[in-house]
Write a protein that binds this ligand. Structure first.
Ligand code: SIN
Ligand code: MN
Length: 206
């Protein structure tokens, strides 16, 4: 059983959920994912401004954002090909860390270079708000900020290291969250540096 720290009601940090070998195995399955579904640069719906992270997805549904809006779709926005399957290790992490009886359909893969960040936002494009969101961090440490369900409320920060998982659900399912910055040089997992975050979500109501 991995260490479980409830940092706020509904927000649970699981430090070191994936050991080094498991992290390396995950990175190699993500290389296969990125071969089938290349990283793309999402854009903000209203302004068309590019995100600083690059993204791809695996699973039956993937999250995309462009001038048509935020949405889930079964295919890659550039190639039109179906997303590749989710690595089994991620489905196993969902089963062991999250108390929800149905599998996630979507795994969003975010790649952060040394200067990328993710502004405060809510995950609200899903229908199944009764399911928690599970995130897995790989590579350089990211400074994760999480608040309440109002943008203006108080927030707290937690450092997410390579191999850590974090879930938010229940009273925190619609909590505002983001990544202030990553700390370059804090992990040797990715030879070129940077951070990968995997976000597993149940999209459809079962
Ligand atoms: C996200 O909320 O999409 C990403 C969070 C993270 O990178 O840890
Ligand atoms: Mn999010």
């Amino acid at each position: 059983m991995t260490n479980r720290i409830e940092i706020a009601p509904g927000v649970v940090h699981f430090p070191g959920s994936f050991d080094r070998m498991a992290q390396e195995a995950l990175v190699s399955s993500l290389r296969e994912v990125a071969k089938a579904a290349p990283l793309f640069t999402p854009r903000m719906p209203r302004t068309g401004k590019p995100f600083s992270v690059k993204m791809t997805n695996c699973g039956t549904l993937g999250w995309v954002s462009d001038t048509d809006g935020y949405r889930y779709q079964p295919t890659h926005p550039d190639s039109g090909a179906p997303w590749p399957p989710m690595p089994p290790a991620l489905l196993e992490a969902w089963t062991s860390l999250v108390a929800y009886p149905h599998p996630p359909e979507a795994c969003l893969v975010n790649f952060y270079d040394g200067t990328a960040r993710m502004g405060l936002h809510q995950d609200r494009d899903e229908q199944a708000f009764d399911a928690p969101v599970l995130s897995v961090s790989l590579g350089d440490t990211g400074i994760f900020r999480v608040g309440g369900t109002m943008r203006s409320g108080p927030t707290r920060s937690v450092k997410l290291q390579s191999g850590d998982a974090l879930s938010f659900g229940g009273p925190a399912r619609l909590a505002f969250h983001g990544i202030d910055r990553i700390i370059p040089g804090t992990s040797t997992l990715l030879p070129q540096g940077g951070r990968i975050n995997l976000t597993l979500r149940r999209v459809m109501r079962p």
